[in-house]
Design a protein around this ligand. Structure first.
Ligand code: NAD
Length: 498
């Protein structure tokens, strides 16, 4: 069993905490590693390394930063398969899904490669006679990222490529359940030429998180995780004067209208509900079947749910892997039971699934509950498992009202062939990311990602233009130059930047 250590100032260290946590392989149910859990002193060491590195990295030219980012992009691209295996072994998701998350993370790195363009300021010539006004943006300092288990590569990549490209240094506190990908990434950054101390990884739990929130040298905190912790992070970081964006949990609804292509809708609904065992913040966990769509849709979705091949993430035949821990499996199965007890109709039951050869794995099969009422636990809770709850509605307006009554507002989708209904939906729902015949509308890296209501605390969405804005602050210069004569050395070679 290997010990997964912190990466601080360009070195692996076990730190001073002494505490350790288990890292399981969800397919086998066996512990495969232990991870060190940081003490306050370990966090302080990481922040100090980042603070020192900031002095030089913040002064590195755009050309130099861009070269490192391009190198890093090439290295991540060359290591997609290795990362996917690491992710699959600790998270449980199937290899193709794990490779997909790395690909979506790569897109943020590619976006950050364009940082010279993104950081161009504004210029007003002759704002007043002889006076020019211009603006530019500077990095903040040490930025912290606290990330969830469900995307161990992609979600941190929503943060650090942009933060580092902007000239900040970074301390990442990944999920303690699947920590290996972050250490692997640290090695790629070093190989790409990033100076030691610019990117640091501290592993840990609440102790590490609280130390980051309290630390006076942490300028900004990006968090992605569940809503109660997101709310806590936002409050604590704000109270200590930090810039903070805290993305929370979700209950994403898809409306299916009777005029939709129901076969298409059922296919996509099934993929969005059961892909990654439902452990995606953009998973569709609630379907709102409108009017005559409901009965035929339930037939189709139930068939597709029953056909999903569940198995170990490393098995190329598997379409869906296990959930992350034994506790997650137990919680999901108990919620399915509560749905049945509270009156929902259990069309497909994923409890008690055994995968041959992986009898101790944390598997739950795809589950479909029909006739769910908004008061039931399966509707009010974020289940974060392969469970699709189906609510029936009379028309598109009552379906929109249902979405708007929900405390979450991360993503939502509509399946329809009516442009009029789609437009009413896109304008009427109070949700941050909207799909029209697209069930998982995760924005491209050059847009920003973020929900509304209890799915995001703070102002700025993550990555894209809002990410650049989050990780920088503006200066506006008003300048006047009396007439002067200057002499400067000039070279005859073709000008290049340095
Ligand atoms: P989580 O909230 O349990 O953990 C997230 C991070 O917070 C981890 O690094 C963890 O170590 C830390 N943490 C946990 N408990 C803490 C505490 N009491 N005090 C301080 N820090 C604490 O979330 P998770 O189970 O790892 O991930 C799943 C959740 O993340 C789901 O709710 C999902 O919807 C959400 N999520 C949201 C998005 C989004 O973009 N909105 C994306 C991915 C995941």
């Amino acid at each position: 069993m290997t010990t997964i250590e912190h990466w601080i100032g360009g070195e692996f260290t076990a730190g001073s905490g002494g505490r350790r946590g288990p890292v399981f392989n969800p397919a086998t149910g066996q512990q495969q590693h232990e991870v060190v859990l940081a003490s306050e002193a370990d966090v302080d060491a990481a922040v100090s390394a980042a603070r020192i590195a900031f002095q030089t990295w913040s002064q590195a030219s755009l050309s130099r930063r861009t070269k490192v980012l391009f190198n890093f992009r090439e290295l991540v691209n060359a290591n997609v398969a290795a990362l996917a295996e690491m992710i699959s072994d600790e998270h449980g998701k199937v290899l193709s899904d794990a490779a997909g998350e790395v690909q979506r993370g790569l897109e943020v790195i590619e976006f950050a490669c364009g940082i010279p363009h993104l950081l161009k300021g504004e210029y007003s010539d002759q704002a007043s006679t002889g006076v020019d006004v211009f603006s530019f943006r500077e990095p903040l300092g040490v930025c912290a990222g606290i990330t969830p288990f469900n995307f161990p590569a992609m979600v941190p990549m929503w943060m650090y490529p942009v933060a580092i490209a902007c000239g900040n240094t970074f301390v990442l506190k990944p999920s303690e359940r699947d920590p290996s990908a972050s250490n692997f990434i640290a090695g790629l950054w070093r190989e790409a030429g990033l100076p030691d101390g610019v990117f640091n990884v501290v592993h840990g739990d609440k102790v590490a998180v609280d130390a980051l929130l309290r630390h006076p040298d942490v300028a900004a905190v990006s968090f992605v995780g569940s809503t109660p912790i997101a709310r806590y992070i936002h409050q604590q970081a704000s109270a200590t004067g930090k810039r903070v964006q805290a993305l929370g949990g979700a209950k994403n609804h898809a409306i299916i209208l009777p005029d939709a292509d129901l076969e298409f809708a059922a296919n996509h609904l099934s993929a969005a509900a059961f892909g990654s065992a439902g452990e995606r913040c953009m998973a569709i966990s609630a379907a709102v079947a409108v009017g005559a769509a409901a009965d035929p849709l339930m037939d189709l979705v139930s068939r597709k749910a029953a056909d999903v091949v569940v198995g170990a993430g490393r098995d190329p035949r598997s379409e869906m892997g296990p959930v992350v821990t034994a506790a997650a499996k137990q919680r999901i199965e108990s919620l399915i039971g509560s749905g049945e007890t509270q009156g929902a109709k259990l069309l497909v039951d994923g409890r008690g699934l055994t995968v041959p050869g992986y009898e101790n794995g944390f598997f739950v099969g795809p589950t479909v509950l029909d006739h769910v009422q908004p008061t039931m636990d399966v509707y009010t809770e974020e289940i974060f498992g392969p469970v699709l709850s189906v609510v029936r509605a009379d028309d598109v307006d009552s379906a929109i009202d249902l979405i708007n009554s929900n405390p979450y507002g991360n993503g939502t989708a509509i399946f329809t062939s009516s442009g009029e209904a789609a437009r009413r939906f896109q304008r009427g729902v109070r949700v941050g990311m909207i799909g029209i015949n697209v069930p998982i509308p995760v924005p491209m890296a050059y847009y920003s990602f973020g929900g509304w209501k209890d799915s995001l605390f703070g102002d700025k969405h993550i990555h894209g233009p809002e990410g650049v804005s989050f990780y920088t602050r503006a200066k506006v210069v008003t300048s006047r130059w009396p007439h002067v004569t200057t002499t400067a050395d000039a070279s005859l070679h073709f000008p290049t930047s340095s």
